[in-house]
Design a protein around this ligand. Structure first.
Ligand SMILES: [Zn+2]
Ligand SMILES: [Zn+2]
Length: 260
């Protein structure tokens, strides 16, 4: 059994066949999925999916690439929404993306800090998107944790070893996607080996980043199996063991998600 801790089931890519995609996930042993919010204004679409599918949960937040669009959303709005819906199990995804560079660093930081405050207040994990921003992310996580701890996940981890180290030291979880399976990701597999077993998660980030076995195809939650296989090799444990560990970890960090 696996949990896909990060996917985007509301994206148009999936519109025609969501039932089949959820069924295929179940058949592959992916028993629950968290579909991640990228715009608070689109939350209704996510909530509708969680109502339609008992195994689908969601988050609430603004992706850093949309940060400037939702600067009117305050911490209290995130907290109110998260507390109002039992299937909202996380805050985010928020963070810093200096790779696409579509939003100013200032707007991205403003959004990130509001989301951190919401995670601190609700106790729900903050799903952190960090790309080409290791230094600023490390500084913000360290400074903000100093003001009061908050649970968090470094999602689709593809940053450097130092940010992984800081994240783990601050109590965070590290989630690996299909990137872990790519032939050229040797450095990333070396970083995975340094993460304690009790902080590891797996995700697809579907529809993006299909793992090696399905490279080039549209990704979907059932494909998280391939990432778990490679993570098991990295950690030198069996597939069954990595499935058990990452699932236990998912239920621990997504504390509002009911167990099976
Ligand atoms: Zn992301
Ligand atoms: Zn995402």
């Amino acid at each position: 059994m696996l949990i896909d801790t990060h996917c985007h089931l509301d994206f148009a890519d999936f519109a025609a066949e969501r039932d089949a995609i959820v069924s295929r996930a179940h058949e592959a042993g992916v028993r629950q999925m968290v579909t991640i919010s990228t715009r608070v204004r689109k939350l209704d679409g996510l909530l509708a999916l969680t109502e339609q599918y008992p195994s689908v949960f969601c988050s609430v937040g603004t992706h850093p690439n949309n940060a400037g669009e939702e600067l009117d959303i305050q911490t209290e709005d995130l907290v109110r929404l998260a507390n109002a819906h039992e299937k909202i199990v996380a805050i985010g995804e928020a963070g810093l993306d200096y790779f696409y560079d579509t939003q100013t660093p200032a707007d991205q930081k403003t959004g990130l800090i509001r989301h951190i405050a919401a995670a601190r207040e609700t106790g729900l994990p903050l799903v952190i998107h960090s790309r080409s921003a290791d230094e600023d992310m490390g500084e913000i996580l360290t400074a903000e944790s100093g003001k009061g701890a908050f649970p968090f996940i470094l999602h689709c981890f593809s940053s450097g070893a130092e940010l992984a180290r800081i994240g783990v030291e601050l109590g965070g979880y590290v989630s690996f996607s299909g990137i872990l399976t790519f032939p050229k990701s040797e450095d990333l597999r070396a970083i995975a080996k340094t993460v304690p077993l009790d902080r590891l998660l797996v995700e697809t980030d579907a529809p993006y980043l299909a793992p090696k076995r399905w490279r080039g195809k549209r990704n979907e939650p059932s494909y998280v199996v391939n990432t778990a296989e490679v993570l098991a090799e990295c950690m030198d444990v069996s597939y069954e063991e990595i499935a058990r560990i990452t699932t236990e970890n998912a239920f621990r960090i997504f504390s509002k998600m009911p167990g099976l």
